[in-house]
Design a protein. Structure first.
Length: 257
C-alpha cells in the first residue's frame, strides 16, 4: 500500500479522535469548580477607598479616539469569574462599531464571599450579554441563598499591554484579583459616556462597576488539565485535517471494482 494511503488513513482517524476530544473537553472546561477549590479567606468583599487629591481626571488616546477618564474611588476586588463578554466579539455590535469604545476591553461577571463559600453558584447559571450579567436558578431555595451584593458585572478599561493580556486570559472558574479606579469615562469625539456604580447593593441599569485597571492578576486557574487538553485537541484537529487533505490529494487514483 502506498505511503500516501497509509498517511491518509492515519490522519483521518487522528482527525475524528481529536475532534471528539475537543468537543468533549470544550463542554467541560468552563464548568465552575467545587467551593473547596478556593480559599474562602482570599475572597473578601471588595475594598473601595477615597481618592487622594493627587488623583485627577486624565486622557487616553486609543485607536484614534480620545477618552476622558474621571476616577471616583480606588477599588480592589478578589473574585471568581462566572461569565464574561468581550467587547470585540463577533456578536457585540455596540462597543467598537456604535460607541467607538476601544478601552472597555472586557466585562467580567464575578462572585465572592458567601456566594462562593456556600457553593450556591453550582446550582446557578450565569451569562453575559454586551453590557449585563444575568444570574438564574431553578428553585426558590437557591434564590434565597444567593446574595446579589456578592456579585458584580465589571466593565474593565485598560490601555496597557500587559494588563490587557492578563485580562483576556481570564476564564470561568478562575480566581482573579484586580486593582484600579471606579471611574466615569467618555469619548470626546462622539459624546459616548458611561458612569459607574459605587455600591454593591444596587441593581438594574447602572449597577455595573466601571474600573480603569492599574493591575490585573489571575491568582488561580481553574480546569487547567481540561483546558490544555482542549487546546491540544483543537490544534491536532487542524493539523490532522490538513494532513488528510494533503495525503488525499497526492494519493494514487483509486478505482473501485
Amino acid at each position: 500500500m502506498p505511503v500516501s494511503l497509509i498517511l491518509e488513513r492515519i490522519f483521518k482517524w487522528l482527525f475524528w479522535i481529536s475532534l471528539m476530544t475537543a468537543a468533549i473537553s470544550a463542554f467541560y472546561k468552563d464548568r465552575l469548580p467545587e467551593p473547596e477549590f478556593y480559599a474562602a479567606n482570599e475572597l473578601p468583599e471588595p475594598v473601595q477607598s477615597e481618592l487622594g487629591e493627587e488623583t485627577l481626571p486624565f486622557m487616553l488616546d486609543v485607536n484614534h479616539q480620545t477618552y476622558l477618564i474621571k476616577p471616583r474611588y480606588s477599588y480592589e476586588l478578589n473574585g471568581i469569574v462566572v461569565s464574561y463578554s468581550n467587547a470585540g466579539s463577533f456578536g457585540n455590535i455596540w462597543h467598537h462599531k456604535r460607541w467607538k469604545d476601544f478601552i472597555n476591553l472586557r466585562d467580567l461577571c464575578v462572585i465572592w464571599g458567601d456566594n462562593v463559600a456556600t457553593g450556591v453558584y453550582k446550582q446557578m447559571k450565569f451569562k453575559n450579554d454586551s453590557w449585563t450579567c444575568w444570574a438564574s436558578w431553578l428553585d426558590p431555595a437557591t434564590g434565597a441563598l444567593f446574595k446579589n451584593e456578592a456579585l458584580s458585572n465589571n466593565h474593565l478599561l485598560s490601555d496597557q499591554t500587559l494588563i490587557k493580556k492578563a485580562l483576556l486570559a481570564a476564564e470561568p472558574g478562575d480566581h482573579i484579583r484586580l486593582k484600579g479606579f471606579l471611574s466615569e469615562y467618555e469619548n470626546k469625539g462622539n459624546g459616548f459616556k458611561r458612569r459607574t456604580s459605587i455600591s454593591r447593593f444596587d441593581t438594574g441599569n447602572g449597577a455595573c462597576e466601571t474600573i480603569y485597571l492599574t493591575d490585573f492578576e489571575i491568582v488561580k486557574k481553574a480546569n487547567t488539565s481540561l483546558r490544555k487538553l482542549f487546546s491540544f485537541a483543537k490544534w491536532l484537529c487542524i493539523i490532522s485535517l490538513s494532513g488528510f487533505l494533503i495525503a488525499f490529494i497526492v494519493a494514487p487514483f483509486r478505482i473501485n471494482n
